[in-house]
Design a protein around this ligand. Structure first.
Ligand code: BG6
Ligand code: MG
Length: 212
């Protein structure tokens, strides 16, 4: 039986993916770098600096490490400005009810996110205090598709990875979960991924998988 559910944050519990897109777009425009939705999909689950490297593939010139850090910082400022719009109403539909049911039935819950903005986002959407563990971009060195963040979440929970179910909207995240030896449910942008064990149209469908 499933003993723990590990949620990806961006694109699963809250639709910050549109804010990431808008913030990268603004920075890329200022730099004269072309950027579009097809590139944006490759940024899901990937760390801030790795995302920047993907965006800079389209650039005419090369950037020094310190220039890259400035660009990433600038994008993050734009992004955090956008995050101020978030309220508890932006938590994905069905998330809170499902988490409450997990609590009742002794199924542990955790966050496994590449984002260093995880604490701020959880605070804004009112989910800062509902999880048994939070593993995020501030605590890891290798981002998805490396399994590090999910293994850290399982370790914090004290649950064997084989009994953990990960919910992801990113191909990189599904691969990370696979490498961690966990079960995987795909939602949103990752719906059609062949790596997934389950496919969800919404979070309410988690109940059937976890509680049967
Ligand atoms: C992931 C997002 O959750 O976090 C990525 O899917 C993002 O798009 C990554 O690049 C890092 O986010 P942050 O908030 O640390 O810049
Ligand atoms: Mg995601």
């Amino acid at each position: 039986a499933i003993q723990a559910v590990i949620f990806d944050l961006d694109g699963v519990l809250v639709h910050t993916d549109r804010f990431h897109y808008e913030a990268w777009q603004r920075m890329a425009n200022e730099e004269g770098i072309s950027f579009d939705v097809s590139i944006n999909d490759r940024l899901r689950g990937v760390s801030r600096m790795e995302s920047l490297d993907i965006i800079l593939e389209k650039s005419e010139r090369s950037y020094t490490q310190s220039e890259k850090e400035d660009l990433a910082d600038r994008k993050n400022e734009y992004y955090r400005e956008l995050l101020l719009q978030l309220t508890p109403a932006d938590a994905a539909e069905g998330a809170l009810a499902f988490i409450a049911r997990c609590k009742e039935q002794d199924v542990k819950t955790a966050i496994g996110s590449s984002s260093r903005n995880t604490p701020m986002i959880l605070e804004r959407i009112g989910l800062a205090h509902v999880f048994d563990a939070i593993a995020d971009g501030n605590q890891i060195v290798r981002s998805k598709p490396d399994p590090e963040v999910f293994l850290l979440a399982a370790q914090q929970l004290g649950v064997d990875p084989a009994y953990c179910l990960v919910v992801e909207d990113a191909e990189a995240g599904l691969i990370a979960a696979e490498r961690a030896g966990m079960l995987k449910a795909a939602i949103g942008a990752a719906f059609d991924s062949s790596v997934a064990d389950y496919r969800l149209r919404n979070l309410a469908e988690m109940a059937e998988i976890v509680f049967g």
